[in-house]
Write a protein that binds this ligand. Structure first.
Ligand code: ARG
Ligand code: ZN
Length: 466
């Protein structure tokens, strides 16, 4: 066993970024040291960085579908959390033309997806500054450990499906790409006339000049980098305000328009229904981006405006909309807790089915429980996927929903829905982890739920009794 583990560890410290990660973690106090190249998440050790928080991203992008070329300027409002001699941003591929801190050019270097910014003088703890990176090139998406494409995914016609969970943000802008850091965003995208660029939040401005159109979007609520998007296509767009005053912006690939319409038309009703269950809708805009890119194989809950690789089913719309509370507003601090996103969004689908002529949530639980012990459902615990390649496999979704049904059956409907609403309210626009969810469930129900979570959230294999 020892040699099995020793070998990869030695191989890892041999790389400069991991050596710096270990060095950064070990130092403290007055000396300025390099910021760590990772946020400390074992699933994706180099995602995110140490030593600072990004309060705001101002992205100014220009994309040419014919050449696939992206030119970008990223202006990050940064606050240091300790004294730094240098710090890292996550950026994969592309050419960096310059890096400036508060207007002055500074040195930088690159190593894989780590962009190291080297200011002339150390940055004190608590220092606020702007770092501006200008860059260009043809972005290349990454392939996740589960084999899915992730990031700036260019389609054969030059349109772009931009979905960053878990690590794709680095393929199109320099960022602190870990869910533990959340920031507000202004995203401006310039595309040739006839193309539309869609991002998160509200469309503030749209103007055409010399054959190009610039779309200016802003997301005013904190957002994790993995939830950002700037998707580009020859979309049909639709804009309206719901009866409760929420602005909706839908962008749909023409080939998907007919199939998407009856489902997208239900978005206001789904938001209203979920608001009744989970508390007020957290964002100031809503909508959908529907592409014709079925090879991608997934949809993503991009903040305020989920992205779909094809016309969604109502179940998928319900799922991505539920993520606006669970995942987007309340965000995990580490990827291990992905069930707080996927289990909750899947449970929303169960609730929807139960109210629309499908199985009750208890029947859904029973149907899952009936799966044989050899089914992939039981391959690892929902609360401990163990590896970044397992995040979007069956257990965090389906077993995650089973945890919630088990909780509901144990504490009763009244306490259960109070737990869900309190979770969404207490952690709104911030973070939450599994330990906090368990503590909240115990506090609200007044019950000792340790055995329930030990068995259903963390237990290996199929529990002996349902
Ligand atoms: N969070 C998305 C959903 O369940 C799935 C993202 C899948 N991403 C991936 N890289 N496999 O709605
Ligand atoms: Zn999901």
């Amino acid at each position: 066993m020892a040699s099995k583990f020793a070998r990869p560890v030695l191989a890892l410290v041999a790389t400069p970024v991991l050596a710096a990660l270990l060095a950064g973690a070990a130092t403290s106090g007055g000396a300025a040291t390099p910021g760590a190249p990772g946020a400390g998440d074992p699933y994706f050790p180099l995602s995110g960085n140490g030593g600072y928080h990004v309060a705001h991203y101002g992205l100014d992008l220009d994309y040419t579908p014919a050449t696939r070329r992206l030119e970008g300027t990223a202006d990050l409002a940064v606050t240091t959390t300790r004294k730094l001699s240098s710090f890292n941003l996550d950026l994969s591929g592309l050419t960096v033309d310059s890096v400036r801190i508060d207007g002055r050019r500074v040195a930088f270097s690159r190593d894989g997806a780590e962009l190291t910014v080297k200011p002339a003088h150390a940055l004190d703890k608590g220092r606020r500054f702007h770092v501006v990176v200008t860059y260009s090139g043809v972005p290349e998406h990454v392939t996740d450990p589960d084999g899915s494409p992730d990031g700036w995914i260019i389609q054969p016609d030059g349109s772009v499906f931009v979905a960053n969970e878990p690590q794709g943000a680095m393929t199109w802008f320099p960022s602190n790409s870990h869910p533990s850091d959340k920031s507000t965003y202004d995203v401006r995208v310039t595309v040739p006339d006839g193309w539309t660029a869609v991002s998160n939040g509200r469309l503030r401005d749209r103007r055409s000049r010399a054959g190009k159109t610039t779309f200016s979007w802003s997301e005013s609520k904190p957002m994790a980098a993995y939830l950002s998007t700037a998707s580009i296509g020859r979309f049909e767009t639709e804009q309206y305000v719901t009866r409760s005053g929420l602005p909706v912006y839908n962008a749909v690939a023409p080939s998907q328009a007919a199939a998407a319409k009856p489902v997208l038309d239900q978005l206001p009703a789904v938001i209203e229904w979920e608001s009744g269950l989970f508390g007020r809708y957290p964002f100031e805009a809503a909508g959908a981006i529907v592409e014709d890119a079925p090879d991608i194989g997934y949809a993503l809950e991009t903040q305020s405006r989920p992205i779909y690789d094809r016309a969604p089913s109502i179940e998928t719309l319900v799922h991505e909309t539920a993520h606006q509370w669970f995942g987007d507003s309340v965000t995990p601090t580490k990827w291990q807790d992905i069930w707080l996103n996927e289990g909750f969004a899947t449970y929303a689908e169960w609730l929807w089915a139960a109210e629309h002529g499908g199985l009750s949530t208890a029947q859904q639980f029973a149907a899952d429980y009936a799966l044989p012990a050899t089914d992939s459902l039981w391959s690892f615990p929902a609360g401990d996927p163990g590896d970044g390649g397992n995040l979007f496999a069956k257990p965090p979704y389906e077993r995650g929903a089973m945890v919630l049904e088990k909780l509901r059956q144990t504490v009763g409907d009244r306490a259960f829905f109070t737990i869900l609403r309190t979770w969404a309210a207490d952690h709104r626009y911030g973070h939450g982890d599994s330990a906090q969810f368990i503590a909240l469930s115990k506090r609200i129900s007044g019950k000792n739920l340790d055995a329930l979570f030990a068995t259903w959230l963390y237990g290996q294999g199929k529990p002996a009794t349902p």
